[in-house]
Design a protein around this ligand. Sequence first.
Ligand code: NAD
Length: 505
Amino acid sequence: MAIADVSVTTRTVNHWIGGKLVASQSGRSGTVWNPATGEAQAQVAFASASEVDQAVASAKKAFPEWRATALSRRAEIMFKLRELVDANRRRIAELLTSEHGKTVPDAMGEVARGLENIEFACGIPNLLKGGFSEQSSRGIDVYQIRQPLGVVAGITPFNFPAMVPMWMFANAIACGNTFLLKPSEKDPSVSLFLAELLQRAGLPDGVFSVIQGDRVAVDRLLEHPDVKAVSFVGSTPVARYVYETGTRNGKRVQALGGAKNHMLVLPDADVAMAADAAVSAAYGSAGERCMAISVVVAVGSVADPLVEAIRERLARIKVGPGMEEGSEMGPLITREHRDKVASYVGNATAEGATVTVDGRQDPASQGDGFFLGATLLDNVTPAMRCYKDEIFGPVLGVARVDTYEQALQMINTNPYGNGVAIFTRDGGAARQFQFDVEVGMVGINVPVPVPVSYYSFGGWKTSLFGDLHVYGPEGVQFYTRTKVVTSRWPDPGTSKVDLGFPQVR
Ligand code: NAD
């Protein structure tokens, strides 16, 4: 089917409000592509502001009862959800592959990392424990409790349509909030399957809703007075906009943005291991990961053997449809995105870089699917666009420097600060790097240092707007507010009038 045949596509991806599918009345929609074939496979509804209001009203109505639900019952639902997601790993993965394009094994990895967040939320009774100070003053106890915020929203990107929603909703719901998900319009279907699993796990209607849409839906969520907090993950310009708009409207906002992740390779590194890591981290998911390595910074003599080792490995990468057995790298998300990524390869030579491997020559790049082969650019410098921009595709740059200090300066002056990795055999050098580097997540001989679910995920600089990282302990903090209670059960014998400021006695 060619692009012009969109009209023959009949499946529409709709909203999930109040525990059921709701057909959109907005009259606006977008196309969901099959990136492996270049065909349109569905239409996705774009919510109007009044449809967002309907979802917020349903979430607001569900909040008092959900908030009052026992912690053990909330944990039980999370346990049940854990079982359902586990039992449906393959189905979720195939849904991801069909709309996103990533390979099925990669999609299985996404489900596994999302599941971790549900497992973490199963421990919510323990996570919500407050503190208690007996006898803070004579006959007076002081204690702190954590309470949910109310209706909260999550706005998520196309590259992890299952995992990133799970980063957010597992904790948000377990903490007693009601949650509205606005997934990416590019791969929206998995959100509805997750809604169904939540319902089967026993979650009351209205506690989790899905609003499909574009900027109209996002803007309404950002201005709606009943939405108390917004978690956002996406590109830096939109993250900045969401943070500024949401906070201006009095909301709590965490907005995670884009990235340019460096991998620093010191001269003493194991070259084969560094090359394996660079290739895995740069080209996995076709480079469409916010933790993908996009620049290798090679120090001194390691550069030549490292570039050669990467080049050799690229020749063996099998590019093909994500559903196909043996495919290692799938297509990009849309034709426009593929063309944009390819344009960086086209401009690289004029900028002064060396195109060592040109993915445009890969046979897969010639078909109707949105494929681009693995590309390697050498002699990249910070002045070039291919260094400055987050390319978000299978294009790895190599920057050559003489010293560790030059490498560190390059990384620390980059406006992004999401992830970084160092490859070395020298523990002292790695420790110094961990101390010096201005990046939120650091890997030591680990190229994609996505924290496990009992830590929290977040970058520095323009990779995160807001104070708290997403998921893990900071996620629980984000989705709750604390209340401190000072309590006295009066002993009539000690009661008296005292106009002085309360002091500890
Ligand atoms: P995006 O910013 O285009 O879209 C993210 C979400 O915002 C989507 O739901 C989209 O519908 C909405 N949106 C898009 N434009 C908008 C606008 N002008 N106003 C309001 N809402 C808007 O991002 P994407 O292309 O879906 O995802 C890729 C980006 O996400 C990359 O930059 C990647 O680095 C980043 N990302 C970051 C992390 C992280 O944890 N830091 C994780 C995954 C992805």
